[in-house]
Design a protein around this ligand. Structure first.
Ligand SMILES: [Mg+2]
Length: 390
């Protein structure tokens, strides 16, 4: 079963209950301090892959319904969290309270109501988190893990994780050390956040059997795409993510594809329609919708359904460790005809919320109903840096 081939009332988690309460927490978990790399003049204080980050945030929601079921959601993310928290409090939570808890109906109504406030951005992130929580509730009500609510027949229970490393700011030795250590733990696929070709070339020479991608977060100017091709086409990268700014320049991305480079983007698409527009798809080999940004599980399901049989691979963005991580894993496992591989942020965590937070090469999905995520709020204690309750 997919979202697109069934009406909302048909799926087994459908209910007549309404949303009665939404709570939100910003939690922050500490990671290894890398002050030497953070001192680089190129370090970006707004990018969570930057070594300037010594703790990584998650904006976590708990939605409760009139029949007493609760579900967990997560909104993107990081430095935008205070703005997303404000969007939750002032707009999305007041909009959601009292509404029915059908996630698809919520998703459609939220998109229609909030579209004047931006396709993408904190309002959309806030609505995405509520959508994820409503799918958790729907699956719990159906008595199924979310992947089986989405695909009762062929959903898988294990997927591959690829390690998504923070930026080493072009420092070759510690990058190679980190990759070698993760290779020993079974990883075969890696995504770097490096922009210089030299450390990547050195890594690929040292580890020729590994699949190496890199996310440049729009580092290059789109007018310099021929230089990007000259520097990177011969490296044989697994894929190249958002190499040039603006990242929506699909002419530049199409030129990369023509040069034999697999291109990847999508986490910064405005909405589902933007991402699925033919002019966008023409530039992309791999599309990377982000559950906590583009509209939650409802949006991911629409994207999987719309690209079925097309030339793009779907490999969701997942720079999360909270409910959006679990939602992403559940949706990937519900689509075994697509790559069963998932971005797993690798940090040297000094404390964790749950065991799956430690990046693993094999992600075994929880057997529990719903997302399989739970948070003991009292136990998280000092990791909570802000909270709100309706
Ligand atoms: Mg990215």
């Amino acid at each position: 079963m997919t979202v697109t081939d069934t009406s909302p009332a048909d799926f087994p988690g459908a209910s007549t209950s309404s949303i009665t309460r939404i709570e939100a927490w910003r939690v922050a978990f500490p990671v290894e301090d890398r002050r030497d790399a953070a001192a680089s003049a190129d370090a970006d204080p707004f990018n969570a892959a930057s070594p300037t980050f010594v703790e990584i945030e998650s904006l976590i929601l708990r939605v409760t319904t009139s029949d007493g079921i609760h579900g967990w959601g997560e909104c993107f993310g990081h430095r935008s969290n205070p703005a997303t928290m404000a969007a939750l409090q002032s707009m999305v939570i007041p909009f959601a309270l009292g509404r029915g808890d059908d996630p698809q109906e919520f998703s459609t109504a939220a998109s229609r109501t909030f579209h004047p406030f931006g396709r993408g951005g904190p309002v959309a992130y806030a609505a995405s988190g509520v959508d994820i929580a409503l799918w958790d509730i729907a699956a719990k009500r159906a008595g199924l893990p979310l992947r089986r609510l989405l695909n009762v027949e062929t959903a898988t229970d294990e997927i591959t994780g690829y390690a998504s490393l923070p930026s080493f700011m072009g420092e070759s030795a510690p990058l190679q050390e980190a990759v070698a250590a993760l290779r020993e733990r079974g990883f075969t696929h890696f995504k770097l956040h490096e922009t210089a070709s030299k450390p990547m070339a050195e890594l690929i020479a040292a580890e020729p059997d590994l699949s190496i991608a890199t996310d440049m977060n729009g580092h290059w100017d789109h007018r310099d795409i021929e230089t990007v091709i000259a520097e990177y086409a011969h490296l044989g990268l697994w894929f190249l993510e958002e190499p040039a700014f603006p990242v929506s320049d699909m002419g530049a991305m199409a030129a990369l594809r023509e040069a034999g480079i697999l291109t990847a983007a999508g986490e910064n698409a405005g909405d589902v329609e933007d991402l699925l527009h033919p002019s966008t798809l023409a530039g992309l080999s791999i599309i990377q919708p982000s559950a906590g940004k583009i509209g939650g599980v409802s949006a991911l399901e629409r994207i999987y359904a719309a690209t079925s049989g097309g030339s793009q691979q779907v490999m969701p963005h997942c720079y999360y460790y909270g409910p959006a991580f679990f939602a992403t894993a559940q949706v990937i496992a519900a689509h075994p005809e697509y790559p069963q591989i998932m971005e797993s942020p690798y940090f040297n965590w000094l404390d964790t919320l749950h065991p799956l937070q430690q990046c693993t090469a094999n992600v075994t999905l929880p057997a529990e109903v719903g997302l399989g995520f739970d948070m003991n709020v009292a136990a998280v204690g000092e990791r909570i840096i802000d909270s709100f309750s309706s």
